[in-house]
Ligand binder design. Structure first.
Ligand code: AMP
Length: 141
């Protein structure tokens, strides 16, 4: 199967460029973390590299080397902020695997024993709830 090229106008590229809003958690020269607008559990966040790649399959390993420590940092902060029993980290490659936005991203979701996740790409969360949850994570960073 042939894989499509990276589209520089995808929605996460627009978030990086500031063309559409996001509830930001962390930013450095190479990486951005922000709240997922359709959280599968409170505190669901996304970590993305600023350099464009469609997903993990075409990513530059040097980009991954800078990205994964930030995924770890946000996972630890999310665990602490939500007093979670565990943290789910997920990343999908191509539609067959569940990918819907074609800019590499890692999902970080605090998990609590016995509480199921909401469906992937379900309903939009209220912006004030997202901001309140973001404030908890930022405080734990
Ligand atoms: P995936 O299926 O791994 O490509 O997931 C894409 C994720 O991006 C989903 O969890 C969506 O809820 C989330 N998402 C889509 N658009 C936005 C946006 N503008 N801001 C924040 N999260 C988004």
């Amino acid at each position: 199967m042939s894989i499509s090229a990276y589209d520089p106008d995808n929605i996460f590229a627009k978030i990086i460029k500031g063309e559409i809003p996001s509830v930001k958690l962390y930013e450095d020269d190479d990486t951005l973390a922000f709240m997922d607008v359709m959280p599968q559990a409170p505190g669901h966040l996304l970590v993305i590299p600023k350099q464009g790649s469609r997903n993990l399959l075409d990513a530059d390993p040097a980009v991954l080397a800078k990205l994964i420590p930030v995924v770890q940092k946000l996972a630890v902060a999310a665990q602490e902020a939500f007093d979670a029993d565990g943290v789910y980290v997920a990343q999908f490659n191509e539609p067959a695997a569940g990918q819907t936005v074609f800019h590499l991203h890692f999902h970080v979701i605090p998990r609590h024993d016995g509480l199921p996740l909401k469906p992937h790409v379900g309903g939009m969360e209220n912006i004030d709830v997202l901001k309140a949850n973001a404030a908890k994570i930022i405080a734990a960073l």
